[in-house]
Write a protein that binds this ligand. Structure first.
Ligand SMILES: Nc1ncnc2c1ncn2[C@@H]1O[C@H](COP(=O)(O)OP(=O)(O)OP(=O)(O)O)[C@@H](O)[C@H]1O
Length: 276
């Protein structure tokens, strides 16, 4: 569905943020995009959405060159940026004026999910709190039923019960025809939600693997339970050590995404070797 080929990008007069980046993403998956502050997550998402244009290389979505922003491309894409300015309209009016851009927009789904988020469709959007505004846009994005839904830091501004609700609603909205990409700093917000982890580090996508694959190849445990001959990374916490080691048994275990992310950004790239 998404094909980035030899993509390089840099803002004018700044060094390149990505260099020769290649990435293929498929429908039917919820991808979690992680990277340090300033790694370029938002910029990568904007390249995919055709909001900025590659310096070199190409980004295709459903066969369309994203940079051309053709109507046939735009009607299948919904992008929720990290920060947004909403018009002085009620949610209901916003839907009335904009839903027709998305041929698969489901009005009943919009009102149902918005009610689950406990936001009134009659409230003026620019008088809602930041978290409530996010909820309206997440709901609109889900109801648009576009084949690609991109969310940049969607959980930013949501309180803890709303984050739980968000994960539940998102997980129940994925279909075989849809691809969702969620970027976040809050690794824990992706727990029980994403199926594939993407890590952007040092101008490249260094990891694009399903959690199933990762959990079969790496063992996440306390150091006492680690595969002692295959320890790849250890981090101490208040009560001991957490460890990533090679999973020799091939039995799936739960991936500690935060630990894996920390290992990668600390440049313990050996954790990536068993995943190649
Ligand atoms: N419009 C712009 N013009 C120039 N530089 C920009 C622009 N937008 C972002 N940058 C720079 O590009 C780099 C990557 O920014 P980006 O927002 O893509 O990173 P990010 O990984 O999403 O960061 P964060 O996790 O902090 O949100 C940063 O150094 C930022 O200052």
């Amino acid at each position: 569905m998404i094909e980035l080929t030899n993509l390089s990008f840099g803002y004018s007069k700044k060094p390149l943020l990505f260099w020769n980046l290649n990435l293929n993403l498929e429908a039917g998956h919820i991808y979690g995009l992680l990277g340090k502050n300033g790694a370029g997550k938002s910029t990568l998402l904007k390249n995919i959405a055709g909001l900025v244009f590659p310096t070199e290389g190409v980004c295709k979505v459903n066969g369309h060159n994203a940079a051309k922003r053709l109507p046939s491309f735009l009607q299948e894409l919904f992008f929720i940026p990290e920060e947004m300015e909403l018009p002085s309209l009620s949610g209901k009016e916003f839907v009335r004026r904009t839903a027709h851009f998305y041929p698969k927009f489901d009005h009943a789904q919009f009102y149902k999910v918005l009610a689950e988020f406990d936001v009134s469709p009659d409230a003026n959007l620019n008088q809602l709190s930041f978290g409530q505004q996010k909820k309206v846009m997440i709901t609109f994005g889900l109801a648009s039923n576009t084949s690609l839904l991109i969310m940049d830091e969607p959980t930013n501004g949501l309180d803890i019960p709303s984050k739980v609700q968000f994960r539940r609603i998102m997980a129940s909205s994925i279909t075989e025809d849809r691809c969702m990409i969620i970027s976040t700093h809050q690794v824990r917000d992706l727990d029980s939600l994403i199926d594939t982890l993407l890590v952007l580090h040092k101008k490249e996508i260094v990891l694009n693997k399903s959690l199933d694959d990762i959990g079969e190849r790496l063992l996440f445990s306390t150091s006492g339970n680690a595969n002692k001959d295959g320890v790849l990374y250890t981090a101490s916490n208040a009560i001991g050590n957490n460890t990533i080691s090679i999973n020799n048994h091939g039995h799936h275990n739960k991936v500690d995404m935060e630990l894996l992310f920390n290992a990668i950004i600390d440049d313990y790239t050996t954790v990536l070797e068993p995943l190649k």
